[in-house]
Design a protein around this ligand. Structure first.
Ligand code: FBP
Length: 264
């Protein structure tokens, strides 16, 4: 018998707004400027911007998650990879659930490259993580990212729905997945995810209008659990105002045009 899962603080009005910053490992410092390279800059935005979670690798969490920043729930990403080796997509566990909990994690995250030849390794590792995290009563968030030479289009409708279902079947409490702009399919994908909550991924920097519209379509119109975003916030020239605009959409159901006014 596992403990009940605690979402305390990670959800507000049933919705999540997470700020992700593990791109230094995944992409390298080219994603950063002189401000965003400092994890304190990310934590300031998470704290002031109304985020219900901040996502780091354990190394950053250990050195920066302290003091008032602890008001923002921590999500420790347990696996990761750099983009340097030209190998089949695989992201291995780098931090134990126990260490994440010691660092103050309210939840843990793990990327699954479904479709990769290395998929079985990640499935098995993820299963163990679910078991351990649930013994602590903390939720597990699966980054569902179909990838590998057999995946022709990672935004394909059927594939996204399949990925969501895999997340549910493997025990994810929340699934972080890309939105391809097809709201009808997104609704079907939510059904496939069943009782696993779904948050959308941010992706490359895009316009405010597109970013807030996608948040509105998914979190408000389709009523998914929210968004886990990184670059679209901390690469922005006005990260605080944009966070407030996003907050308006996710928690107060404001239409994108209304939320855009926060930016002026
Ligand atoms: P972004 O909103 O910046 O895309 O961040 C979300 C995220 O899932 C990060 O947690 C992760 O570093 C990154 O995307 C991975 O992106 P990809 O594997 O597509 O390069």
């Amino acid at each position: 018998m596992t403990n009940p899962i605690r979402w305390k603080g990670l959800l507000k009005k049933g919705k999540a707004m997470f700020l992700a910053c593990d791109q230094g490992l995944e992409h390298g410092p080219t994603d950063f400027n002189e401000h965003s390279v400092d994890p304190k800059y990310i934590l300031d935005i998470a704290l002031e911007g109304g985020f219900t979670g901040v996502i780091f690798q354990h190394g950053i969490a250990e050195k920066y998650y302290e003091g008032a920043y602890k008001d923002v729930p921590l999500i420790v990403k347990l696996n990761g990879r750099s983009k340097l080796p030209k190998i089949d997509p695989i992201s291995r566990q780098l931090c134990s659930v126990e260490r994440a909990v010691k660092l103050g994690a309210a939840a843990v995250g793990y990327t699954i490259y479904d479709g990769s030849p290395m998929e079985p390794e990640m499935f098995r590792e993820f299963g163990r993580i679910v078991e351990e995290a649930h013994n602590y009563g903390i939720p597990v968030i699966a980054w569902m990212y179909p990838r590998g030479k057999d995946i022709k289009n990672d935004l394909d409708n059927n594939l996204l729905a399949y990925s969501a279902r895999i997340g549910l079947e493997l025990g994810a409490d929340m699934i972080k997945i890309k939105y391809n702009g097809d709201l009808g399919n997104f609704r079907w994908m939510l059904k496939c995810a069943g009782r696993a909550k779904v948050v959308i991924s941010g992706g490359d920097k895009t316009s405010h209008q597109k970013f807030l519209t996608e948040a509105y379509e998914t979190a408000v119109q389709a009523d998914c659990a929210g968004i886990a975003v990184g670059r679209n916030i901390w690469q922005d020239a006005k990260p605080y105002a944009l966070s407030k605009a996003l907050e308006q959409v996710v928690f107060h159901k404001s239409k994108p045009d209304i939320a855009m006014q926060m930016l002026n």
